[in-house]
Design a protein around this ligand. Structure first.
Ligand SMILES: [Zn+2]
Length: 422
């Protein structure tokens, strides 16, 4: 790589990344709060079933983001929470006649294993809500003390959205629009837009419920996430991710809770959301019987093929998944690995003359390398980046011996490692 190359280099912690921020509604220059360190939280699954291809697409997008930041020398603290306290979990456990912990242990382990099988290995910690019940209770109590939460006649504790004027800012909803979104229906609430923090379970028979200073109950979903993120990442951090359908009310509620507790804003600097995934043009659902698990696909293709397929569409766009498309990406994976192996062999060939490997890369290669990084800097445009990589590899293959430059190999391997291709 030439010295004048605009391509960022490893170890500089400098990246000209622009990232689409749901909060500001535009692509923002990425600048972490703390020099050289990125703190990132992504909403994890509710663990009562197998990991499906929609999950895979979401966590792969954040794995790509994490790999990109790591390749630029950032230290990364990346957490995914595990929603193991949830009515869907408890209902499934009851239906199967098992303790909810048996169910959540099984699917938590499966989730982590499934992500690893797709080489999603940038996540530093998976943290279960059930380990944070004391913190949940503490945060609910703080919200009550600060006048942001109240106990309704039903005994349930709600966040009072009228005390948080910024409510709706992330989703870009007006107060009138928020009123139309019905959440946690309860005639005892002060306002229909108020969301649940703690569900009173003293009168209800079916277990489980958890003891607290508010009586036996179950935590709300939104408070589980701030109870995990604040102690682990602090009162303000860099990136919060999740699928687009989590913007409202889930992420909106997280902001309301965190900023009301800490008085600091913004709780999170960059809110990043991944698009929907459809199966053959339809929403994936149990009732349609079109759910594809990650395990199903990885029985039929290798992880690199699936990564190339899922990254072939920009992370914010809707992805229409079709099993029939997989062979295209099998070919792409074969082309990539074939070229890289041939380049490695040429470089290892003892008959090779020592002329290759000058201080600067052939400008034609350099142009394509720059295209790759420019595409990723532009809100992680993986389709364009992969196109640049394929063009580069096609040229390298055509040039044969003339392309046998050890520097070129190092750069190509770095590009592959950012994409997580092994
Ligand atoms: Zn969440």
């Amino acid at each position: 790589m030439s010295r004048s190359s605009p391509t960022p280099r490893k170890g500089t912690a400098g990246v000209r990344l622009k990232i689409y921020n749901t909060l500001t509604g535009r692509k923002d220059e990425f600048q972490p709060r703390e020099l050289g360190t990125v703190k990132m939280f992504v909403c994890g699954p509710t663990v009562y079933d197998w990991t499906h291809v929609g999950h895979a697409r979401t966590y792969l997008a954040y794995d790509l983001m994490a790999r990109y930041l790591l390749s630029h020398g950032y230290r990364l603290k990346f957490i995914v929470n595990i929603t193991d306290l949830d009515d869907k979990v408890f209902d499934r456990a009851e239906a199967e006649g098992v303790d909810y912990r048996t169910l959540t242990d099984k699917y938590t382990h499966a989730f982590i294993e499934d992500l690893r099988s797709l080489h999603i290995n940038s996540i530093g910690a998976f943290i279960r809500a059930s380990d944070y019940l004391a913190e949940i209770e503490k945060q609910v109590q703080m919200l009550i003390e600060k006048g942001h939460a109240y106990r309704a006649d039903s005994g349930d504790i709600y966040f009072d959205t009228s005390t948080f004027p910024r409510y709706g800012r992330l989703a870009h909803l007006t107060p009138a629009e928020i009123k139309l979104r019905r959440i946690d229906p309860d005639p005892h609430k002060r306002s229909q837009s108020d969301f649940i923090l703690w569900r009173n379970w003293t009168q209800k028979g079916s277990p489980p419920s958890f003891p607290s200073r508010f009586g036996q109950g179950r935590p709300g979903w939104h408070i589980e996430d701030t109870a995990i993120s604040i102690p682990n990442l602090g009162t303000e951090y860099d990136i919060h991710g999740g699928a687009v359908e989590l913007i409202f009310p889930h992420h909106e509620a997280e902001i309301a809770q965190a900023e009301s507790i800490t008085g600091q804003t913004p709780f999170v600097k960059y809110w990043v959301h991944t698009g929907l995934l459809l199966i053959d043009g339809e929403k994936m659902s149990k009732s349609l019987g079109n759910v594809i698990t990650l395990r199903d696909i990885l029985h039929r293709c290798d992880p690199d093929t699936l990564r190339l397929y899922l990254l072939s569409k920009h992370y914010r766009k809707t992805f229409n998944f079709k099993m029939d498309d997989i062979p295209i990406f099998e070919e792409q994976a074969a082309l990539i690995h074939g070229t890289v192996n041939r380049l490695k062999q040429r470089l290892n060939d003892p008959r090779r003359s020592g002329t290759a490997g000058s201080s600067s890369l052939n400008p034609q290669y350099n142009k394509l390398v720059d295209l790759f990084f420019h595409a990723l800097n532009n809100d992680l445009n993986t389709p364009k980046a992969i196109d640049a990589l394929i063009s580069l590899l096609t040229k390298v293959d055509k040039d044969g011996e003339a392309a046998a430059d050890p520097q070129l190999l190092i750069i190509i391997l770095r590009m592959l490692s950012i994409l997580g291709l092994e």
